[in-house]
Design a protein around this ligand. Sequence first.
Ligand code: PLP
Length: 255
Amino acid sequence: MAFSEKGAIFPEISYGFYKVFAELHCINYEEIPLSEDFTINTNDYLSKGKMIAIANPNAPTGIALSLSDIEKIVKSNEGNLVLIDEAYVDFGGESAIGLTKKYNNLLVVHTFSKSRSLAGARLGFAIANEEIIKDLEKIKYSTNPYSINRLSLLAGEAAIKSDPYYKENAKKIIEARQYTVSELKKLGFEVLPSCANFIFAKKDGLDGEEIYLKLKQNGILVRHFTKERIKDFNRITIGTMEQMQKFISVISSII
Ligand SMILES: *Cc1c(COP(=O)(O)O)cnc(C)c1O
C-alpha cells in the first residue's frame, strides 16, 4: 500500500501472500522465475524501477541469499523500496537489519509467528530508515491505528526479553533439520539446502501428492503445492527430534 505505486516484483515461487496482497491492492506485479536450482538469481532484481519483495530465506524452498547479494539488489534499486522478509532468518540466515543504516530504501520485516512461537499473537515489526517508517505510519493511521492489541504487545515484549530461550529453540530445530536432511538423503531424496525451520524435498520416481497423502494417513502433515514446477516436492516442517525420527521411520516404510 505504501510503496508499490510503480508496481512490484517478487519471485514466482515464494510466500504466497505477496501475490494475494498485490491483487487485493490492484498492484501491477511481476513474478520472476527462480533459477534451475531454485535459487533467486540476483541479476534478475537489479535496477527494476519498482518495489521488490524477497523472503530471505525464501519459502517454501528454504534457500537463503547472502547479505552481499541483498546489498547488490538494494544498491541498484535506489529510489525504490526493497522489502526483505526475514520470517525465517533465525534458523540460519543472515539478517539485513544492519544494512538499513546504510540504505534508505531497505525495509526489513520480522514476525513473531515462527522462531518466537507466537503465531496466534499476529505480531511483527519493520525496521528501516526513519522516513520509510513514517510512510508506513501514515498508512497505519489511515487504516487502523489500533492494529495491535495490548495482550499481543505484552507477549511480544516478553518474547524479546526471552531471546536466549528462543535462540536455544532455534538451535535445536537446526540440529533436528540436519538429522532429517541426512536421513532423507540416505533414502535417496533430493533436499534443497535449507536455512529455515522446514525443508523442501522430493524423490525421483515418487509422486509428491501421493507422499503427502500417505503421510497424512499416518498422522503426519506436510505441505504439498500443486504448482507444476514443485508438485513433486513436499515442505516438511521441522519439529522435535522425536517427531523427526517418527517422520523418518514412517517415510521409510512409505517408500
Ligand atoms: C509466516 C510468514 C510471514 C508472516 O506471518 P504472520 O503470521 O502474518 O506474521 C511473512 N512472511 C513469510 C515468508 C512467512 O512465512
